[in-house]
Design a protein around this ligand. Structure first.
Ligand code: F6P
Length: 319
């Protein structure tokens, strides 16, 4: 193997640049030639590919977003799209790839491996919804952004004795809501993985205010419903001065945290080691603080298991 390619795919996440840097530098140090593929699978099919040097990835480790750009490209699920991608790999002499994205992006990586182009997946998404990894690249940074925002919301909530519903991203996964909720001392956390009782939430908020709390914060995962809808439902159970906020895409921006930069670096280096060993179709992750890899086929059969003890703990601490 002489040449590898790197692409980022799906929703961008802080730390993707640190992962690209680690892959590129480790590969260059191992005597490989490295090619950046812009705009994920869309750029692969279009041949938007360039040779990277060590300097290409300089000044990138601290930057949010992905300098390789990203795209959602469902066309790559079709054989026709894959064959067009392979045409470009052949043209550039690229024999193997590292794909950084959510598990949706791994399907393309597995198809390429099946076509004879080893591909390794790195979990790059703020959602933390990828199986066989305790953390995805970008999750910690997104939580930091969420708690920064919630801390600010708490200031205004306290000044007006208001209840705020704060909707956080995460697609169908409640991890951001759980971690940001615990870290910001939320009065309630509402996630897709658990049923909720609106009466109980309203009663706890009322009790909190009666006990001398000057605010109520509900951290709501986007996979449950919108902040506005939740607020309207809540108002049927109590006469709160309530406001709804949706953090949205701002959660994907910003400089990555230490944890995300280091995680991205470790995973990126390991991805290259696997390619050098002639392996493909594997997804790299971190489990119990150890870097691991699992077959993508195995991963597609599994679900991400969040740390539900956080949810239970918060119910006790919010009282
Ligand atoms: O997967 C990352 C994510 O930010 C989710 O949290 C969110 O549901 C989705 O992407 C938003 O997608 P888009 O950027 O296409 O609007």
């Amino acid at each position: 193997m002489k040449r590898i390619g790197i692409l980022t795919s799906g929703g961008d996440a802080p730390g993707m640049n640190a992962a690209v840097r680690a892959v590129a530098r480790k590969a260059l140090d191992s005597g490989l030639e490295v090619f950046g593929i812009n705009y994920g699978y869309a750029g692969l099919v279009a041949g938007d590919i360039f040779q990277m040097t060590s300097a290409t990835v300089a000044d990138k480790i601290n930057r949010g977003g992905t300098f390789l750009y990203s795209a959602r490209y469902p066309e790559f699920a079709q054989v026709e799209g894959q064959l067009k991608g392979i045409e470009q790999l052949e043209k550039f002499g690229i024999e193997a790839l590292v794909v950084i994205g959510g598990d949706g992006s791994y399907h393309g990586a597995l198809r390429l491996t099946e076509h004879g182009y080893n591909a390794i997946g790195l979990p790059g998404t703020i959602d933390n919804d990828v199986p066989y990894t305790d953390f995805t690249i970008g999750f910690d940074s997104a939580c930091r952004t969420a708690i920064d925002a919630i801390d600010k919301i708490r200031d205004t909530a306290s000044s007006h004795q208001r209840v705020f519903i704060v909707n956080v991203m995460g697609r169908n996964c409640g991890d951001i809501a759980m971690w940001a909720g615990v870290a910001s001392g939320a009065d309630a956390i509402v996630i897709p993985e658990r049923d909720y009782d609106m009466q109980e939430i309203a009663d706890n908020l009322k009790q909190g205010l009666a006990n001398g709390k000057s605010h109520g914060i509900v951290v709501l995962a986007e996979g449950v419903m919108s902040a506005e809808k939740f607020k309207d439902e809540l108002l049927k159970y109590g006469d709160f001065d309530a406001r709804a906020n949706t953090l949205g895409h701002m959660m994907r921006g910003g400089s990555p945290t230490t944890q995300d930069r280091v995680l991205a670096t470790k995973l990126g280096v390991h991805a290259v080691e696997l390619l050098l060993d002639g392996k493909g179709g594997l997804a790299v992750g971190i489990e119990n603080n150890k870097i691991t890899s699992h077959s993508m086929l195995e991963l597609f059969e599994e679900k991400h298991h969040g740390d539900m003890s956080l949810y239970d703990m918060n119910k006790v601490l919010a009282k």
